[in-house]
Design a binder for this molecule. Structure first.
Ligand code: SMO
Length: 763
């Protein structure tokens, strides 16, 4: 291949390096107003009245809205395909506040400072209600109900309990199987609340244009879902809405959600002026989304020879005040994780409960990081109790080529009945190469007497899009000079999808990469795409690009076939040249001129692509740590990721995805945790108290790509964006246990927690 698999220059590299105005924030409109949200100081309270008279008298204040001013149309803010599997439990502005930080009123003013000043002058009359901030209490308590709406579509047991979503699915018979096992191991694993911490916050600008249309320029992963959702909740036709996604500075799932767009939309329609709303970092911690905190109970039944007979996973998760992604994230905790060991008896059960805590949602891995942590720590625990090598236990039981994912038929995300069969896997090879790179089996000496060294590993799998649900469109149009316009609904959020889609387009047309001009994610100008989530873009949107480009190539071959009097199939497109079976040959530019001015056709095609498959990418990840036996401090020395993402379209960008995931996964393992007090107030709303890994923290990282050829993927590609986030936390925690014999059932494994564990060990 000429372009696919090459480290071409990232398509937005130069404009970013030059600091061009590419982000939402770089854009302004004349007469723009600034919005600020007044947030609830109470975890649970009725909003009886809002008196904005004093605020409205202040300089520059244009408007203040609260729930009386907007129509109550229940919806979900989760950016998912219609019909969304998340409960319709949310209003633009609600008569009830359900967590400290919930929206109460919104101010718009001529400046940010004036909007902030006005917040203090709004008088709210609250009726405080008892609150639930503990998920165990929420599960059993039916006195305090967080959601009691009359028509809460999609809430599992609305009006009776606080359960937002539940799943209970079984393959085989786990209870019976456990009775036959030589050993049964049960453990609880505790996962913290963590924030995606994308550097660009949520930001949107909306205005009504000269044609009376609402234009929303926003930092999002889901422009087309937003258009659909906004039309419904703002009660204007979709035809009157245009969503434009500029360059996005990171999303990680936190922007697979309608977080601010409804407010700028409402206010632009009300005031007739452009309105801008940008979250502060504090608001990101209070009012954006978290990876769901969970407690995962794993039970594994195993025979003496290490054959796993049964696996049971029970998940209790905290969705916070609203249920965005409650069902599907927790579904993935089982569905994307348990198939790693495709045993005959699997039971997956989960309860996801409302609490009066801030809202959980999508965050890279979408439930799998929690499940993978539990399962892969548990495999080490099972191996230890069995007296078997932990690598051998995994090798004996992990999923192999041709194996069926036993849960997929019962647990499709939104679509049941699609059975997943592994058609490509590099997992064996990844394990082998990863072991070699980390030096598995010959631990190095610690660098000082008070330090102990340990090695840990974890296996991970994910999906490539949502089978039977995700789809995208692409349009390819050839220009006079042999360049092409490629327009896609797919959403580049910094991960580089514009680049890989342009590469695939160039490859298919046999033209240089530089000849592709890509436009993505503008609901007026590009075809539909579900957006950037579920690791779908390379696999799903890439499929659409390849189809559209192939069709344009076919059109050109047809035209040239009659001109050259040869079979279209015998015409070859390569390196910007088009050659026939004889000595006929033209540059792609000459072909374009011929098509446009002689044949008088516009070579152009639009294609759609979906897949009933979601082939898993695989990862084998390995950590080497040093633990300070005096302080409990863990130093991550080296981290090895061996990843099978099918055909690698752009090696450097995949390595970047993997290294970024290791940094994020390291934070999850060792220091990231959003702390709340008993009332659900965020105690760590900034980067002073909530630390993410910086370049000084990250270890030596070794990244090994283990390409396979996925038969259902474009050029054999699978996904890469999420799978490498799953393994770091369990690999690191397994390494800590290997070093000092302390099993961390709760992450992050802070120095204090490890130190406490060490004290207990020696007692
Ligand atoms: S966590 Mo992603 O937006 O599927």
């Amino acid at each position: 291949m000429k372009v696919v698999g090459k480290n071409v220059i990232k398509i937005d590299a130069f404009k970013l390096a030059r600091g061009e105005p590419v982000f939402t924030d770089d854009f302004t409109r004349q007469g723009m107003l600034y919005a600020k949200v007044l947030r609830s100081p109470h975890p649970h309270a009725r909003i009886l009245n809002v008196d904005a008279a004093a605020a409205l008298k202040l300089d520059g204040v244009v408007d203040v809205i609260w729930h009386r001013d907007v129509k109550a149309i229940p919806h979900t803010r989760a950016g998912q395909s219609y019909p969304e599997p998340s409960p319709y439990d949310t209003l633009i502005l609600s008569p009830k506040a359900r967590f400290i930080g919930d929206r109460v009123a919104v101010v718009v003013a001529e400046s940010v400072a004036q909007a902030i000043a006005a917040l203090d002058h709004i008088v709210v009359d609250y009726e405080e209600l008892p609150a639930l901030t503990d998920m165990d209490q929420s599960l059993t308590n039916s006195e305090i109900l967080i959601h009691e709406e009359p028509d809460p579509r999609g809430i599992s047991e609305a009006g009776m309990t606080n359960i937002a979503a539940r799943i209970d699915k079984q393959v085989g018979d786990v209870e019976a199987a456990l009775k036959e096992c030589d050993l049964v191991v049960t453990r609880d694993y505790h996962l913290p609340r963590v924030q995606a911490s994308h550097i660009e916050p949520h930001i949107s600008i909306a205005w009504v244009d000269e044609d009376d249309r609402l234009i929303v320029r926003t930092s999002t992963q889901v422009p087309f879902h937003l258009r659909r959702m906004l039309a419904r909740i703002l009660e204007i036709p979709e035809a009157r809405i245009r969503v434009i996604k500029p360059r996005v500075g990171g999303g990680f799932g936190d922007k697979q959600e309608l977080v601010v767009e409804d407010l700028v939309g409402v206010l632009a329609l009300r005031t007739g002026r452009p309105v801008r709303l940008e979250f502060t970092r504090e608001e990101e911690f209070v009012a954006a989304r978290y990876r769901h905190p969970q407690r995962v109970t794993m039970t594994t039944g195993v025979m003496k020879d290490g054959t796993i007979v049964a696996n049971r996973m029970y998940v209790l998760a905290d969705t916070g005040a609203y249920g965005s992604h409650a069902l599907t994230v927790q579904g993935n905790t089982g569905q994307k994780v348990l198939p790693m060991y495709p045993v005959a008896n699997i039971h997956f059960k989960m309860d996801c409960v409302y609490t009066n805590n801030p809202i959980s949602g999508a965050f890279r891995g979408y439930g799998a990081p929690q499940g993978c942590f539990a399962l892969e720590c548990h495999m080490d625990e099972v191996a230890r109790e069995l007296g078997m090598d932990r690598l051998e236990l995994r090798k004996k039981n992990h999923i192999k080529l041709g194996d069926t994912d036993p849960l997929s038929a019962k647990l499709g995300e939104g679509k049941e009945g699609l059975v997943r069969v592994v058609k490509s896997t590099g997992l064996e090879k990844a394990i082998e190469l990863g072991c070699e790179a980390i030096g598995w089996g010959n631990k190095r000496e610690p660098s000082a007497a008070h330090l102990k060294r340990g090695l840990g590993m974890a296996l991970a799998m994910q999906g490539s899009g949502i089978a039977g649900v995700d789809w995208g469109g692409a349009t390819v149009k050839l220009n006079d000079d042999g360049s092409v316009n490629l327009s896609v609904g797919a959403t580049d959020i910094g991960q580089g999808s514009d680049t890989v889609l342009a590469q695939m387009c160039a490859e298919e047309l046999g033209i240089p990469y530089e000849k592709v001009i890509i436009l993505s994610s503008d609901t007026d100008l590009t075809p539909f795409d579900v957006g950037a989530y579920a690791s779908s873009t390379t696999y799903i949107s890439g499929g659409a690009v390849v189809k559209a480009a192939a069709e344009v190539r076919g059109q050109l071959a047809g035209v040239l076939g009659s001109h050259w009097e040869c079979e279209p199939e015998d015409i070859v497109f390569s390196d910007g040249m088009v050659t026939g079976p004889g000595d006929q040959s033209m540059t792609i530019a000459e072909v374009a001129l011929f098509a446009l001015y002689k044949a008088m056709i516009q070579p152009m095609a639009t294609a759609s692509h979906m897949s009933n498959d979601s082939p898993p990418p695989f990862a084998a990840q390995f950590a080497e740590v040093e633990v300070d036996t005096e302080t409990g401090q863990v130093h991550l020395c080296r981290f090895v990721s061996a990843v099978d993402c099918g055909t690698v379209i752009h090696p450097k960008m995949v390595e970047g995805q993997i290294e970024g995931a290791v940094a994020q996964g390291m934070g999850y393992a060792l220091f990231e945790e959003v702390l709340l007090d008993r009332t659900g107030r965020v105690l760590t709303p900034d980067f002073l108290d909530y630390k993410i890994a910086s370049s000084l923290d990250v270890p030596e990282m070794v990244t090994i790509l283990v390409p396979t050829d996925e038969p259902t993927g474009p050029y054999g590609a699978k996904a890469a964006g999420e799978v490498p986030i799953d393994g770091p936390a369990p690999a690191i925690v397994n390494a800590i246990c290997d070093a000092v014999g302390v099993r961390m059932f709760r992450i992050p494994a802070t120095a204090e927690r490890v130190w406490r564990g060490l004290k207990e060990e020696t007692r």
